[in-house]
Design a protein. Structure first.
Length: 233
């Protein structure tokens, strides 16, 4: 083999190694680090959860000037990533009264769950927890549902009994835990999820996708890592 060929092959090998390193670096940066890591869910008892008649859950302090709308499916991996990266930053803004959040839940991923109705049952569970009105408890339950205990899409999901265990872990009282375990709000959740999906389709010209965040009528670019900060300036 000539020295020219050896150098050429060596150059190709080096280029491949560089490419592999670059791709590995990029894949490691697909999801940004958690913002405000260590803060945790909402802490201030002055933050309230309000379950509206249409199933929308409003989390925040009274009289907040900025309220964002967040559309999520409990089984959606990208929704889990959004909460994992920005959930703690949002929690601090909620505690400081700079922001409130309206959560709209959809269930289009039901068929991707092993039970075929996980998203709906998880939405029903959020309604049970929200109805009690305790903001920190609701925030902790939301974190468990979307981050710590979120099932994998296409894999095993959580039973109502397991969902009720999450509610208990979040600090919900016995009547809320029983509401979740019994599936008491499942039929309501179906209707509310459909309404949320219709609303999201209307906002996105029939191309509904989660997670979606809106500041009024303006869709927020959640790929901009400063979006939470920019909403509270």
């Amino acid at each position: 083999m000539s020295s020219v060929t050896s150098y050429a092959l060596g150059g190709v090998a080096l280029a491949l190694i560089v490419l592999i390193v670059v791709l590995a670096f990029r894949s490691g940066r697909d999801e940004p680090d958690a913002r405000n890591d260590g803060y945790g869910p909402v802490r201030d008892a002055g933050v309230h959860a309000v379950l509206q008649p249409d199933g929308v859950v409003v989390l925040g302090k009274p009289g907040v000037s900025t309220t964002v709308d967040v559309y999520e499916d409990p089984l959606c991996p990208a929704c889990g990533a959004l909460e994992r990266v920005y959930g703690q930053e949002l929690a601090q803004q909620l505690d400081e009264g700079k922001l409130a959040v309206r959560y709209h839940y959809v269930n289009f991923l039901d068929p991707k769950s092993s039970s075929k109705d996980y998203s709906t049952r998880a939405i029903a569970a959020t309604e049970c927890v929200a109805e009690a009105g305790n903001g920190p408890v609701y925030s902790k339950f939301h974190e468990l549902l979307f981050v710590s205990k979120q099932p994998e899409e296409g894999g095993d999901d959580l039973s109502n009994e397991q969902l009720s265990g999450l509610a208990r872990e979040a600090g919900a009282p016995d009547q809320v835990v029983q509401c979740v375990a019994s599936g008491a709000k499942v039929e309501n959740a179906k209707a509310h999820a459909k309404a949320a999906m219709d609303d999201l389709n209307a906002r996105l010209d029939g191309r509904a996708a989660t997670p979606s965040v809106f500041d009024g009528q303006n869709k927020v670019d959640v790929n901009n890592e400063e979006w939470v900060v920019e909403l509270t300036r």
